[in-house]
Design a protein around this ligand. Structure first.
Ligand code: GLC
Length: 654
C-alpha cells in the first residue's frame, strides 16, 4: 500500500506517474517536525537501510550522511555525501519495514545513523514536497509498488549490451579506426566506440569537427558495416559564439537560464563561456531535444549526456570576484590562516553553491531560482532528448544515458556512474551501487570499466571486467592523460578475449533478466539479504549479489587476491570459468566456503533449482544466436527467456 502525504505546494517534478489520494493517518513509526521539514525514525539494532541509488559506501546506508544534491565530483571517496544523482528512495528493513520516497527537486539530507546510530533523520530544505510511504509484506513487494509509482524504466537496445570502448582523447576518425582495428585484430568483440568532447568543433554541441572527421556520415556508415555504433557525448552548456546557430537561436528565443537581471547567465565549462539551456522551460526543452536530429540524420543511434548537474567551472561574476580577491593576497606574507584562505578562494571556484543560487528558470512564465529545482536539471536535459527521439525517429530505439539524474529520469534513459577511478575500492563500489540504483528504477547502468581517473593496471582491469561483464552497460572508459587501457594494450590479451567471449555468451541471459527487471519492477542485482530473507547469515553480506533469477556472483575486488570467502545460503553449482568453453563445474554445499579465483577466472554460482543458459561466443551482438544453449544447473521447470522487449522463448533444462 502506498500512502501519500503532501506538504505545502510541491514543485511538479513529474517523478511519479500515479495520482494518489491523500492518506489520513501518518505512520506512527515516523515523526514529523512541527515545521514539516524533518522526518525521523528509530532504527532497531539490526535494521538495514537500503536505497538512495548512486552514492558512496555500502548497500546498507546506515552510519553515514547522504545529501541529494546532484554534484560534479570526480572523487568518489567515502567522505563524500553527494554524487551526480538525486535518488530519494530508501527502504528500512527492521522490526518494521517500509519504503519512503521524497518527491522534492532540491536538497534533501539523510542522516542515517550518522549522528546517532539508532536514528534516521531526513531533512528536506523546504516544507513543499510529497512524501510517499510504501508498506508491504516483503521488500520485493515494497520495491514493486514503488517502481510502479514511478513508472516503467527505460529499455536500452540490445546492442548496448555488447562491449563498448571509450576514451577521452580519441581525437579523429583515424584514432577510432585504430581502436576498432585493435579489437578486430585481436578478436576482442566490440559493439560501440564513444566520441568524447574531442569530436566537436571547439566543444560546441551538435557540431562535428570537419578537419578531424572529413565525411562524418560516411564514417558512421562505414562503422555500421563493421557492426560498430558510434556514441557521441552531448554536454549541457552551449558555447557563446557568434554565428553558432544553437547559441543564436537559444539567445533569440530566450531559451537560456537568466541571471538576476534577466540577462543570459554566463558560466564556464569545456568551451569556455557558455549559456545553460533552460530545460525546465517546455519550449526550450523541445528546441534542444530537436537538435539531436543533426546527429541522428548522420546515422547516430546512441548518446551520452554529460556535465548536466550542471557542472560549472566558474560563473563569470564569481570569477571576477576571485581575481579581485586574489590581489589582496599578492605580496603578503601568507601565514597559516591567510594561506588557507587564499587556497579556499581558488579551490572554491568550480561548482560553487553561490553560483547555483544566481540563475533562474522560466517555468510556465514563473521565475524559479535554480537551487530550488537543482536536481531536475540533468533529468530534464535527458528528457528533452528522449522526448525528441520519439518525434525524430519513432521507430528507432536510441541508446541514451546520462551522468546526472533524478528519479523520474529512469523512464527516459539509463545512467553511468560518472568519473570513478582506477582504484580497487571502486570495483567494490559499483557492486554496492547496483542494487541501490535498481531500486530507484535505474536498470541500464554500469561503471567506467578499468576506472576513469588515475592509472589502471592489468590485474585491476581484469577484475573490473569480471564485474562489468554482468552489468547492462559494459564500457571501458578513461580520462585524457591516463594510461591507455584498451584491452589490447595489455599482455594477457587471451584472457581478456576469454572474458569478453563469456560476456557475449551471457548476453541472452543478462538481457532477458534486464527486461524482466524492467517489466516486472524487480531488481536485476539483488542484495543477499533480500534474496534470502529467511537466512540470517546472508543478511549483511554486501560483496555477493544475485544477478537475475538464476545466478549469484562473488567478484574479487582486492589487489593480489587469489581467492575469497563466499557464503552459500543453499547448495549451488559453482562454475569456474576461464572462458565460455573452459569451465569447471563443481557442486558446492550450503555454508561458508573459501574459493580460489585465479586472475584469469570468474566464478558464477548457479542457484538451486535454477538453470543458466549460455549462448555461443560471438564477436558482436549482431551475431547473437538463440538457437542453442549450453545449460548449467538443474531445474524442473523451463527458463523463460526474453529475446527482445516483448517476446519470450522457453529454454528447457538439460
Ligand atoms: C566528464 C565525464 C567523462 C568525460 C569527460 C570529458 O568528466 O564524466 O566521462 O570523459 O567529462 O568529456
Amino acid at each position: 500500500m502506498i500512502k501519500k502525504f503532501t506538504f505545502g505546494t510541491p514543485f511538479p517534478t513529474e517523478s511519479v506517474v500515479m495520482q494518489l489520494p491523500e492518506a489520513s493517518a501518518f505512520p506512527e513509526y515516523l515523526t514529523l517536525s512541527k515545521d514539516q521539514t524533518t522526518l525521523s525514525a528509530a532504527l532497531d539494532s539490526d535494521a538495514i537501510v537500503y536505497g538512495l541509488g548512486e552514492n558512496v559506501r555500502g548497500i546498507n546506508k546506515r552510519g553515514w550522511k547522504y545529501i541529494s544534491n546532484c554534484s560534479d565530483d570526480p572523487s568518489h571517496s567515502e567522505n563524500k555525501n553527494s554524487l551526480y544523482g538525486a535518488h530519494n528512495f530508501l527502504m528500512v528493513d527492521g522490526d518494521i519495514s517500509y519504503g519512503l520516497f521524497i518527491d522534492f527537486p532540491a536538497k534533501v539530507t539523510y542522516d542515517i545513523g550518522f549522528t546517532d546510530l539508532d536514528k534516521m533523520t531526513i531533512s528536506v530544505e523546504e516544507a513543499n514536497y510529497a512524501l510517499y510511504i510504501i508498506e508491504a509484506d516483503t521488500l520485493p513487494s515494497i520495491i514493486r509498488e514503488f517502481r510502479s509509482l514511478i513508472g516503467q524504466s527505460y529499455i536500452a537496445p540490445k546492442w548496448a549490451f555488447g562491449y563498448q570502448q571509450s576514451r577521452w582523447g580519441y581525437n579523429c576518425e583515424e584514432d577510432i579506426r585504430k581502436v576498432v582495428k585493435g579489437h578486430r585484430d585481436n578478436r576482442l568483440p566490440l559493439d560501440a566506440v564513444y566520441l568524447d568532447i574531442d569530436y566537436m568543433e571547439r566543444f560546441k554541441d551538435f557540431t562535428v569537427d570537419e578537419e578531424k572527421f572529413p565525411d562524418f556520415p560516411d564514417f558512421v556508415s562505414d562503422m555500421k558495416k563493421e557492426n560498430i555504433h558510434l556514441v557521441p557525448i552531448i554536454d549541457a552548456g552551449v558555447k557563446i559564439e557568434d554565428g553558432y546557430d544553437v547559441y543564436e537561436e537559444g539567445r533569440d528565443h530566450d531559451y537560456f537560464c537568466k541571471d538576476e537581471n534577466d540577462e543570459d547567465f554566463v558560466v564556464g565549462v569545456w568551451p569556455g563561456r557558455v549559456h545553460l539551456p533552460d530545460f525546465l522551460n517546455d519550449e526550450a526543452r523541445q528546441w534542444f531535444g530537436d537538435k539531436y536530429k543533426f546527429l541522428i540524420d548522420q546515422g547516430i543511434d546512441g548518446f551520452w549526456n554529460d556535465m548536466n548537474e550542471p557542472a560549472l567551472f566558474y560563473s563569470e561574476k564569481h570569477l571576477q570576484e576571485v581575481f579581485d580577491k586574489l590581489k589582496e593576497f599578492q605580496d603578503v606574507n601568507l601565514d597559516l590562516y591567510q594561506f588557507f584562505a587564499f587556497k579556499d578562494v581558488v579551490t572554491g571556484i568550480d561548482n560553487n553553491p553561490v553560483d547555483y543560487e544566481s540563475f533562474y528558470h522560466n517555468v510556465n512564465g514563473k521565475k524559479i531560482r535554480h537551487d530550488k529545482v537543482h536536481n531536475l536539471y540533468g533529468y530534464y536535459m535527458t528528457r528533452s532528448a528522449a522526448e525528441a527521439f520519439k518525434r525524430i525517429a519513432p521507430d528507432k530505439n536510441i541508446l541514451m544515458f546520462s551522468r546526472s539524474s533524478c528519479i523520474g529520469m529512469h523512464r527516459y534513459s539509463g545512467i553511468w556512474t560518472g568519473d570513478n577511478s582506477s582504484w580497487w575500492s571502486h570495483i567494490e563500489l559499483i557492486m554496492k551501487m547496483l542494487p541501490s540504483l535498481n531500486m530507484c528504477g535505474f536498470i541500464y547502468t554500469g561503471a567506467d570499466t578499468g576506472g576513469f581517473g588515475d592509472q589502471t593496471t592489468e590485474d585491476l582491469m581484469m577484475r573490473f571486467i569480471q564485474i562489468s561483464m554482468f552489468t547492462p552497460l559494459m564500457r571501458n572508459h578513461s580520462a585524457l592523460g591516463t594510461r591507455e587501457q584498451e584491452l589490447y594494450q595489455f599482455k594477457d590479451i587471451d584472457s581478456f578475449r576469454n572474458m569478453l567471449g563469456l560476456r557475449y555468451a551471457l548476453i541472452p541471459y543478462l538481457y532477458s533478466e534486464y527486461i524482466k527487471a524492467v517489466r516486472e519492477n524487480t531488481l536485476m542485482f539483488t542484495p543477499m539479504g533480500i534474496a534470502y530473507p529467511e537466512d540470517p547469515a546472508a543478511r549483511h553480506i554486501e560483496d555477493q549479489l544475485v544477478v537475475g533469477e538464476s545466478i549469484m556472483i562473488a567478484p574479487v575486488y582486492k589487489q593480489n587476491a587469489v581467492g575469497r570467502y563466499v557464503y552459500l545460503p543453499e547448495d549451488m553449482t559453482l562454475l569456474r570459468f576461464r572462458s565460455a568453453d573452459d569451465v569447471d563445474v563443481i557442486p558446492v554445499e550450503q555454508g561458508h566456503q573459501y574459493v580460489n579465483v585465479a586472475l584469469n577466472e570468474v566464478l558464477v554460482f548457479v542457484r538451486k533449482d535454477h538453470i543458466l543458459p549460455l549462448g555461443p561466443v560471438v564477436q558482436s551482438t549482431a551475431d547473437l544466436d538463440y538457437s542453442h544453449f549450453t545449460i548449467y544447473g538443474q531445474s524442473t521447470s523451463p527458463y523463460t527467456m526474453y529475446t527482445n522487449e516483448t517476446n519470450t522463448i522457453s529454454v528447457t533444462p538439460a
